[in-house]
Design a protein around this ligand. Structure first.
Ligand code: PAF
Length: 294
């Protein structure tokens, strides 16, 4: 069993039109390939909710800040296709650069505000690249549903905003971050870690979870985040780009726990930039946790 691969928008549209005539509900899972269990969990979730699932594979040059990052990004199409086939994904859409951005391509989708903060402050142009390609993928596939991981929480927020603002009729479905048994969030970039960095890497999630529990338990927010930043550096991370408490819905900065929140982080481990985020436990959960532990 193998997954059919299409490379052109025209071919993709023909197949989707036939599915539509059958009344199928169509989902898209956008990826840049190098598929891991996190991506596969999105595909499984999509298969539960839709009749046809398109996985897209396009290493989008517009969202990379450095040429060397783009050049070294893993390209593993054969392995990716082999992982998708047993799940029952219906189509792999893998256009090349010219199909996606033909000669003369001149349009950029910019989601103002959210694109300049958190990761956006450190990766100028990144989110314009993401919004542009995701808008194109939504319009090319005409899918009813799109699945995104919460690991890239800011991206998820931006994609929702973009689809809403541009009246693209698609439901954005968030899926929980998949983690290694030691807590490290799955990412294609984890492959770049040396064995010793790989040992240090999961401390980021542990520190994040601990800080979230302490804030939810009543600890002062700024002091707790400062301590967490120091703990990340002490664990062996070279640089913490940001560690911030933001509102779950709007991603606005939060000074008090007056709404559901997310704790988000980006930090460098050697030459590798890792990001992660956790949902803030509610104050009640945190009290229950303390009582159980006592
Ligand atoms: O999350 C990713 O892999 C990419 O940013 C996406 C959404 C596929 C757009 O290139």
């Amino acid at each position: 069993m193998s997954v059919p691969i299409v490379r052109s928008v025209a071919q993709l549209r023909e197949i989707v039109a036939a599915w539509r005539r059958e009344g199928a509900r169509i989902a898209v899972v956008p990826t840049m390939g190098a598929l891991h269990e996190g991506h596969l969990s999105l595909v499984r979730a999509a298969l539960e909710r839709a009749d046809r699932v398109i996985v897209t594979l396009f290493v989008n040059p517009k969202q990379f800040n450095s040429q060397s990052d783009l050049a070294t990004y893993p390209r593993t199409e054969d392995e990716d296709a082999a992982k998708l086939a047993p799940l029952g994904a219906h189509l792999l859409y893998a256009p090349d650069g010219i199909e996606m951005y033909p000669e003369g391509f001149a349009t950029t989708v910019a989601v103002n505000g959210v694109s300049e903060e958190l990761c956006g402050a450190f990766r100028p142009g990144h989110f314009e690249g993401v919004a542009t390609v995701v808008a194109k993928l939504f319009l090319q596939t005409g899918a009813n549903l799109a699945f995104f991981g919460e690991k890239d929480f800011q991206q998820l927020h931006l994609v929702r905003r973009m689809a809403h603002d541009l009246d693209i009729p698609i439901d954005i479905v968030p899926c929980p971050t998949v983690r290694e048994p030691d807590g490290l969030a799955l990412s294609s970039r984890n492959e770049r870690l040396s064995p010793s960095e790989r040992q240090v890497a999961p401390k980021l999630a542990a520190i994040l979870i601990d800080a979230a529990a302490r804030v939810a338990g009543g600890a002062q927010i700024n002091a707790t985040l400062d301590e967490a930043r120091s703990a990340i550096a002490a664990a062996g991370y070279a640089r913490v780009e940001y560690l911030e408490l933001r509102a779950e819905e709007s991603l606005a900065p939060m000074q008090t726990l007056d709404r559901p929140g997310r704790l988000l982080v980006a930090a460098w481990l050697g030459e590798t930039r890792l990001i992660d985020n956790v949902e803030m436990p509610s104050r009640l959960e945190s009290i229950a946790h303390k009582e159980c532990a006592a």
